[in-house]
Design a protein around this ligand. Structure first.
Ligand code: BG6
Length: 518
């Protein structure tokens, strides 16, 4: 009975989505890690969920010598390795793999693009020739080169019509600072209109991150409380229990600020704090996000020290196993000053959030892998219980658990049963797993589907990426050439440098670590 009632109350927003038309996807960087770990498993799961268009083709473009068959065999192993285990996982593989093709070529060789064009032109079904999605899973420095060659080969044109479309999907990082992002945009818009460019931030594809928007704007009770009038501060934690591993070369260029803060954390912040958009149209939503990011108070380099903390992991230990220091990782300079941890305090200078601090932090080799947004409400007025209990009376909080153990918790005070009058915090949990027990798509599945459907809502518009660089660039300048000091190192497996605690302690607050949820 209850289930029937719930079924009646489901609000389906699917008509917002366009149907996915038959198309060809070309992946540049087809021999890389991303293709094996995320892209092909993502397409395969979409296929198993009957979400792939019919017909479709996926063409891998890379330098290594492979045949269609050898690429398919490799990818079968990858799908087994990188998918969540499930019965019959690989049953549909052969049917799916018949749509995979490999095209060998150097990304800087114009004749390779001619060969690709000839191959694409051979498809029987016209939409497979006319609807082309180019996924650039390459080094960022190759984005403009590949686009230029595609354009020269007549495969990427600056036009968009019902019968024919060409789209570019580009991975992060988009530039390494504002100037390089502007230059890259300038290059790409020579070959494609902004609406043909899909900039990925995979956090936006996560179910729980999408749910921030739905949670806020479909529940009047919470939205009513979502402002400086009731909220004391917000904490966003993206903690990773892993080091940089084999990605040291990339990470030396990026650091945590560029790798995580400029994109994932600021995107989560935008969703937590933005105003309701006027409609569910992609541009209405993206307009509100950029408006929010523009309201973030700029950090002058001389203020960065007071509002930003960086750190780098030193050797530590986890469950009896030694963990190397960042400086000992492969392809990392032994005197590197690159940050593996960042904590910062931001203010949003708009009507809703004036004066409310937003504390963001992320780091490698922290004690657990967990991402969480904690909205901390103001303490109750200093009368009645608060007057008697003082600081032991906990303030209410909502925790949006992004991963793992996805869900939402509401923390409030309750009477401990018994004859005495005692209060303590209790927590109401909503767990995705318990509530839905449903298949949760991986972030990339959602994003690949949306890119094929041409829905840009969960992709980063040029002005959003540029605004995000404007926020982080002054921080980077403040660090430039300043070697890390002794107290900026933290032991791998700890919660980061002590100065990150001091950042909040100065305001009379403390971090709430995800595992300390009560
Ligand atoms: C990537 C970063 O964008 O996100 C990685 O480059 C990071 O350094 C990863 O580990 C985290 O993603 P997730 O989905 O595992 O939280």
């Amino acid at each position: 009975m209850m289930e029937q009632l719930d079924e009646l109350l489901i609000c389906r927003l699917e008509d917002r989505h366009k149907a996915v038309e038959p198309c060809t996807v070309v992946i540049f960087g087809a021999s890389g890690d991303l293709t094996a770990r995320k892209l092909i498993p993502g397409f395969y799961h979409l296929y198993c969920q009957k979400q792939m268009p019919r017909p479709f083709r996926i063409v891998g473009f890379a330098r290594r010598d492979k045949t269609d068959e050898s690429w398919r065999d490799e990818l079968k192993v990858a799908v087994k390795e990188y998918s969540r285990p499930q019965p019959g996982l690989i049953d549909a593989w052969d049917d799916f793999a018949a749509n995979l093709f490999y095209c060998r070529g150097d990304m800087d060789d114009p004749s390779a693009y001619q060969r690709l064009a000839e191959f694409l032109a051979k498809a029987d079904a016209p939409p497979l020739r006319q609807h082309l999605l180019f996924y650039l899973a390459t080094r960022p420095s190759q984005f403009s080169e590949v686009s230029r060659h595609l354009n020269a080969a007549g495969l990427l044109r600056k036009e968009h019509s019902e019968d024919s479309w060409h789209r570019l999907v580009v991975e992060k990082p988009f530039g390494h600072d504002l100037n390089s992002a502007l230059a890259l945009n300038h290059e790409l818009v020579k070959y494609a209109y902004e609406k043909q460019i899909f900039r990925i931030d995979h956090y936006l594809g996560k179910e729980t991150v999408q749910n921030i928007f739905l949670f806020r704007f479909s529940n009047a009770i919470f939205e009513e409380l979502w402002s400086r009038r009731t909220i004391d501060h917000v904490q966003i934690t993206v903690s990773e229990h892993l080091g940089v591993g084999s990605r040291g070369g990339y990470y030396e260029e990026a650091g945590a600020l560029r790798d995580m803060v400029q994109n994932h954390l600021l995107q989560v912040l935008a969703l937590v704090a933005m105003e309701p958009p006027v409609s569910l149209q992609p541009e209405a939503i993206r307009d509100e996000k950029v408006k929010l990011l523009k309201a973030i108070r700029p950090l002058a380099p001389n203020q960065a020290a007071a509002r930003v903390v960086r750190g780098q992991y030193a050797a530590g230990e986890s469950q009896g196993k030694p963990m190397p220091a960042y400086r000992q990782e492969p392809k990392v300079s032994p005197d590197s000053n690159v940050e593996t941890y960042v904590a910062l305090k931001l203010f949003i200078d708009n009507w809703r959030w004036s004066g409310v601090p937003f504390y963001l932090r992320t780091g490698k080799w922290l004690p657990i892998s967990a991402s969480e947004v904690r909205v901390q409400f103001q303490p109750p007025p200093h009368v009645l219980f608060a007057q008697q209990c003082g600081p032991t009376l906990d303030a209410n909080a909502i925790a949006l658990r992004l991963q793992p153990d996805e869900g939402i918790s509401l923390r409030f005070n309750g009477k401990i049963p018994g004859l005495s009058m005692e209060l303590r915090p209790v927590t109401m949990h909503f767990s995705y797993d318990t509530e839905f027990r449903a298949y949760t798509p991986e972030a990339y599945e959602r994003l690949l589907l949306d890119a094929m459907a041409g829905d840009p809502t969960l992709f980063i518009r040029a002005d959003v990426v540029e605004t995000a660089w404007r926020i982080v660039d002054p921080i980077r300048s403040a660090w430039a050439d300043k070697p890390l000091s002794e107290d900026e190192f933290y032991k791998a497996g700890s919660w980061g440098p002590a100065s990150a605690d001091a950042l909040l302690a100065r305001d009379g607050r403390a971090w709430r670590n995800p595992h300390e949820r009560g």
